[in-house]
Design a binder for this molecule. Structure first.
Ligand code: PEP
Length: 261
């Protein structure tokens, strides 16, 4: 079964709602119908931009999915500063990034928090992009496999196989995020292949066959073709290069470029 690639732009804490409107309008212009039929695309603006971006995507009929970068696990309550999954669902958010390494490292999110968020996102009818990845120290100490499989098994704990099959996992080596250093296509494939086998071992072959696994970490237009050609890589989670329409479109259009190296 062919899996539809998903290319997701994580804008992090960049772009106010005016910049956001301009960027999605430009994306709607540079990405043609063919691009958006061959590849699914999502954008993940800051919370304050979501309503504006939703309005542009829907009124201009731009075939890009709306995403969020995070959420709380409760549906409502006294949680100052937090945003609940049903609030995102009401804005037609389709994908929520959960457990990004910046959330884990800078805001102390644990695997248990991540698992609660995954369940809350699913309960609200959205899909998670569950992030995992190792630090450079962990990689050099031979700890990559244990770290990423541990994060995925903990993050998806308690879910049924048919649910897991519909999710997205993003392998993002922390040493490659925002550093300009990308994992080689071989290294990225090795970890993404391991993650698929891990899903197969726990949830069965059908879930493993349909779950989508993105690579993230300094993906650009020039390295995207080789990464996307790997059998277990089904798309990309993009930070820096997603902040401008041309550089993001160059990744979405990876099929137009010949793989390098
Ligand atoms: C990210 O933050 O998810 C990411 C992959 O960032 P960058 O593309 O800038 O490395």
């Amino acid at each position: 079964m062919a899996r539809m690639p998903l290319i997701s732009g994580n804008w992090k804490m960049h772009h106010n709602h005016f910049d956001a409107i301009a960027l999605v309008q430009k994306l709607g212009y540079v990405l043609g119908k063919d691009d958006l039929e061959a590849v699914e695309v999502s954008v993940h603006p800051p919370f304050t931009d979501l309503r504006s971006v939703q309005t542009v995507l829907e009124s201009d009929k731009i075939g890009i999915a709306l995403g969020a970068q995070n959420c709380h696990w409760e549906e409502k309550g006294a949680f100052t500063g937090e945003v609940a999954p049903p609030m995102l669902a009401k804005l037609n958010v389709r994908y929520v990034i959960v457990g990004h390494s910046e959330r884990r490292e800078l805001f102390g999110e644990t695997d248990d928090d991540v698992n609660r968020k995954v369940k809350a996102v699913l309960k609200a009818g959205m899909t998670t992009i569950l992030c995992c990845g190792e630090t450079l120290e962990e990689r050099e100490a031979g700890g990559t496999d244990a770290k990423v499989t541990g994060q995925v098994l903990a993050g998806l704990d308690g879910l049924k196989a048919d649910v897991v099959g519909g999710l997205v996992i993003a392998y993002e080596p922390i040493w490659a995020i925002g550093t300009g250093r990308t994992a080689s296509a071989e290294d990225a494939q090795a970890v993404c292949g391991l993650l698929r086998r891990t899903v197969a071992g726990k949830w069965g072959a059908a879930a493993a066959e349909s779950v989508r696994i993105q690579y993230g970490g300094s993906v650009k237009g020039d390295n995207a073709p080789a990464l996307m050609a790997c059998p277990d890589i089904d798309g990309a989670l993009v930070g820096g290069a997603a902040l401008e329409a041309e550089s993001f479109a160059a990744i979405v259009q990876f099929r137009l470029a010949a793989p390098q190296g």
